[in-house]
Design a binder for this molecule. Structure first.
Ligand SMILES: [Zn+2]
Length: 150
């Protein structure tokens, strides 16, 4: 898979690093670990938890008047949380939100290089073994709790 590379520059400490960017396809989404930006993907149509979590988020938020865009936003923020941890021990994040590996700040300038730089990568698929063992009731409670903490 070919990924467009983004440069990132921390506004707080000037640390610079590269990350893969989500190619914006329907077939898969890119997640990055919060600590070291280790990439992983989720194959949207093949992954049970992907649709399951989306349905729960929608079921909980639609009656509260959330539109599709807001529901998708909350889903993006929650899905990485229910995945098993990345090899670096941190959580995966699907929102593109990054943490500076040097100082922990979330405040960045970032964008594609000019001219654009692409890299061939084959990120592993995320797993969610911890999620899979929950029963339906616990899954819903888990999502409810995470929605409240956003
Ligand atoms: Zn920094």
């Amino acid at each position: 898979m070919k990924f467009l590379i983004f440069w990132n520059k921390c506004k707080k400490c000037d640390f610079t690093f590269d990350t893969l960017s989500d190619p914006g396809l329907y077939s898969f989404r890119l997640l990055l670990s919060e600590k070291k930006q280790q990439p992983a993907i989720v194959k949207c149509d093949d992954d049970n938890a992907f649709s399951e979590v989306y349905q729960i988020v929608k079921r909980l938020l639609k009656p509260k008047g959330y539109n599709e865009i807001k529901i998708a936003d909350r889903f993006d923020r929650i899905f990485g949380d229910i995945c098993d941890l990345a090899p670096d021990g941190s959580r995966y994040n699907m929102t593109g939100k990054k943490t500076c590996p040097n100082c922990g700040s979330n405040d960045f300038d970032f964008g594609p290089y000019d001219p654009e730089v692409y890299r061939e990568e084959n990120p592993p698929e995320i797993t969610h073994d911890q999620w899979d063992i929950l029963d339906d009731h616990s899954k819903e409670k888990e999502i409810e709790r995470r929605i409240k903490s956003l």
